[in-house]
Design a protein around this ligand. Structure first.
Ligand code: SAM
Length: 235
């Protein structure tokens, strides 16, 4: 739990058996792909839903977390798979930076990537967002979260530079993307942004709901006028 974020057990639980992401829309949970499933926080909540997914596949580059999920989150419809891509902290010996997801095209009704693209470097983001899109059914939904900034405020950034990093030793620690770049990126991946949810603390994660094959319903992100605060991950 410490490797993926807050450790409050309530965040891993779903005592009312409600749809896990009801705050962000009325999604179809028939088949769920969880990119960056970590130690199964979302899987556990979905297992407790009144109507759990008929198919759930979680993947993560952190092998220990995946093995823990395989051994402890036992459900006939749920499976977890290691994606052997490099990460300085959690998978330092892998040779690949990107690998195709182990799932067929057009297979899932819902893909989730919560606090994952906030750790994906710019050279790899097109690939991984494209993979999320590939395995969604037409009309399927991607729910993902992003740190954002406005590149117009940083005149020294080149056209090909669209991300900011906060940790020189491990740039995946937090990756912050230009707001306009995010819209273009989703469009390139065949995903239309249909709803956005601003952070509750200014500068923290935006939730973006996108639909495969749809046009963008928004032209840009609204202003972030949330109250200032701290949302530091564990050291
Ligand atoms: C902050 S945790 C979030 C975990 C989970 N989504 C949740 O909300 O509880 C980010 C997870 O994404 C995984 N991750 C980051 N980049 C990845 C990649 N390129 N491929 C697979 N997993 C990745 C990390 O190993 C980590 O477990």
């Amino acid at each position: 739990m410490r490797t993926v974020g807050p450790t409050d057990p309530a965040l891993f639980d779903n005592p009312t058996a409600a749809a896990t992401f009801r705050a962000f829309g009325d999604f179809d949970y028939a088949s769920v792909f969880d990119f960056g499933c970590g130690c199964g926080r979302i899987a556990r909540q979905m297992m407790q839903q009144e109507c759990p997914p008929a198919r759930y596949l979680g993947i993560d580059l952190h092998a220990d977390a995946v093995v823990w999920c395989q051994q402890n989150l036992i459900h006939p419809s749920f499976s977890f798979c290691h994606l052997d891509v490099r990460n300085v902290q959690f998978n330092p010996h892998a040779s690949a930076c990107t690998l195709p997801f182990p799932a067929e095209d057009n297979a899932f009704t819902l893909a989730v990537a919560v606090s994952v693209f906030t750790h994906v470097l710019e050279p790899h983001v097109d690939f991984f967002l494209g993979e999320c899109s590939r395995l969604l059914r037409p009309g399927g939904t991607l729910l993902s979260s992003w740190f954002t900034f406005d590149k117009a405020l940083y005149p020294m950034m080149q056209a090909f530079q669209n991300a900011l990093y906060i940790n020189a030793g491990d740039p995946t620690n937090a990756v912050i993307y230009d707001r306009e770049f995010i819209f273009d990126l989703f469009a390139r991946s065949g995903l239309g942004i249909v709803a956005v949810f601003p952070p509750s603390i200014r500068g923290f994660q935006w939730m973006i709901v996108a639909e495969k094959g749809a046009p963008h319903r928004l032209g840009s992100l609204p202003e972030d006028d949330a109250p200032m605060g701290l949302a530091r991950g564990p050291l």
